[in-house]
Design a protein around this ligand. Structure first.
Ligand code: NAD
Length: 497
């Protein structure tokens, strides 16, 4: 059994809580590791290390920070497969999907390699006689990241490369379900030349999270996870004076209009609904079939999922792996039971799937519902599993209203060949990330990622330009050097002239 510790002050270290969590291989159902669950004391040790590293790191040159990011980029690119194997062993997703995840994280590292350009300030000469005004962006101090189980390599990489490149030091609290990728990243950052204490990992659960949220030396908190916890993080962190960005859960709809390319739409619904076994915050979980689009779409999705190969993520040819834990599997199965009981039409039922040789794995086959109505729990709740619900609607306007009334607003998509309809959709839809004939509209690293409504708390989206703003603060300087004019004492409010 692997013992999984913390990474503090540049090295692996044991904790003081005496509590541990179980880490499983979801494909076999076996426990493979024991992760230490950090105490408030462990968190304090990491924060103190980060604070003392900040005193020098904040004055490191932009070139030095960029060089370390370049070196880290090379190390991650060269060790992608090692990341992917760790990820698949603890999360369950397929190796191909895991490689894709690492690649999307790497894009943010590449963005951070160019941090000098992004930290440039503004300058206005002669705002008043002999007076110039300019802005500089400076780091915040110690910042914390709290991340979910479903992207254990990528989501932390949405945060720490930018935070560190901006001159902050970082304490990461990854998901206790799949903590190993974060420790691997810590080793590679050290190999890239990052000084001790700049990046720390404290494993743990609520106890460690609460210690971060209330620690007086933590200046800011980035969170990604479910909506109830995101709200809690936002409220607790801000009430302790911290800058907080908290990204929450989702219920992503994909509208299919009757004029859409039905093969494209069916491929997209299957890829976005069942990829990573539906455990993606940008997964499509509700397809809204407008007018007569429904029958051919359902037919297209059903025939495609019948051919999907479900099995252990590390096996070649497997397209969908298991769910992350037995508890989560039971929860998702419960939703399928509830949908059937509520009267939705179960077109494909994944509950009886048996993966030979992996009978104890946390598998659920692809499941498809038709005739879902909006009061059913399979519609209202984020299921986070391979369960796709189809809602039928007569008109496009009704479909738009449905999405706009949903409390979540992470991602959405429309499939159509009508440019006017697409334009109406992008303009009227109340969702932060919109796809037009693209089912998972995750922006590249030079844009920022963030939903609307209950999918985000706080005013900054994550990574990209908004990430740079989140991890830095503006200072404005008004300076008079040349030819000072001595006007004597003047208690009036300063005006320019
Ligand atoms: P989660 O909210 O259960 O856990 C996220 C983090 O919060 C973990 O580090 C966990 O240890 C911690 N945590 C859990 N319960 C806590 C509590 N009571 N108090 C303090 N901390 C607590 O989420 P998860 O199950 O790991 O991940 C899946 C969720 O994340 C889904 O809802 C998904 O939509 C969401 N997600 C959102 C995005 C996004 O960008 N919006 C991206 C990925 C995942």
């Amino acid at each position: 059994m692997r013992q999984i510790q913390h990474w503090i002050d540049g090295q692996l270290t044991g904790g003081t809580s005496g509590r541990v969590g179980e880490v499983f291989n979801p494909a076999t159902g076996e426990q493979t590791g024991e992760v230490e669950l950090g105490s408030a004391g462990d968190v304090d040790r990491a924060v103190q290390s980060a604070r003392s590293a900040f005193e020098t790191w904040r004055f490191s040159s932009l070139t030095q920070r960029q060089n370390i990011m370049f070196a880290f980029r090379e190390l991650v690119a060269g060790r992608k497969m090692d990341f992917a194997k760790l990820l698949t062993a603890e999360h369950g997703k397929t190796i191909d999907d895991a490689l894709g995840e690492v690649q999307r994280g790497l894009e943010v590292v590449e963005f951070a390699c160019n941090i000098a350009h992004l930290l440039k300030g503004d300058f206005s000469e002669q705002v008043s006689t002999g007076v110039d005004t300019y802005t500089i962006r400076q780091p915040l101090g110690v910042v914390a990241g709290i991340t979910p189980f479903n992207f254990p390599a990528m989501v932390p990489m949405w945060m720490y490369p930018i935070a560190i490149a901006c001159g902050n030091t970082f304490v990461l609290k990854p998901s206790e379900k799949d903590p190993s990728c974060s420790l691997f990243a810590a080793e590679l950052l050290a190999e890239a030349g990052l000084p001790e204490g700049v990046f720390n990992v404290v494993n743990g659960d609520k106890e460690a999270v609460d210690a971060l949220l209330t620690h007086p030396l933590v200046a800011a908190v980035s969170f990604v996870g479910s909506t109830p916890i995101a709200r809690y993080i936002y409220e607790t962190g801000t009430s302790h004076g911290k800058r907080v960005q908290a990204l929450g859960g989702a219920k992503n709809h994909m509208i299919v209009l009757p004029d859409a390319d039905m093969d494209l739409a069916a491929d997209a619904a299957v890829s976005a609904g069942y990829g990573s076994a539906g455990e993606r915050c940008m997964a499509i979980s509700a397809v809204v079939a407008v007018g007569d689009a429904g029958d051919s779409l359902i037919d297209g999705v059903r025939t495609r999922i019948e051919k999907l190969k479900v099995g252990p993520g590390h096996e070649t040819g497997v397209e969908m792996g298991p769910l992350v834990t037995r508890q989560h599997l039971e929860k998702v199965r419960g939703y399928v039971d509830a949908g059937e009981k509520a009267g939705a039409l179960l077109v494909a039922d994944g509950r009886d799937l048996v993966v030979e040789g992996h009978e104890k794995g946390f598998f659920l086959g692809p499941t498809l519902f038709d005739n879902v109505t909006t009061e059913m729990s399979i519609y209202t709740d984020e299921i986070f599993g391979p369960v796709l619900s189809t809602v039928r609607m007569e008109h496009f306007e009704e479909a738009i209203r449905l999405i706009n009334e949903n409390p979540y607003g992470n991602g959405t998509a429309v499939f159509t060949n009508d440019g006017g309809a697409a334009r109406k959709f992008q303009s009227e839809i109340e969702v932060g990330m919109v796809g037009i004939n693209v089912p998972i509209p995750v922006p590249l690293s030079f844009y920022s990622f963030g939903g609307w409504k209950h999918s985000i708390f706080g005013s900054h989206a994550i990574y990209g330009p908004e990430g740079v703003h989140f991890y830095s603060r503006q200072k404005v300087v008004i300076s008079r050097w040349a030819d000072p004019i001595h006007r004597g004492v003047d208690l009036g409010f300063p005006t320019h002239g």
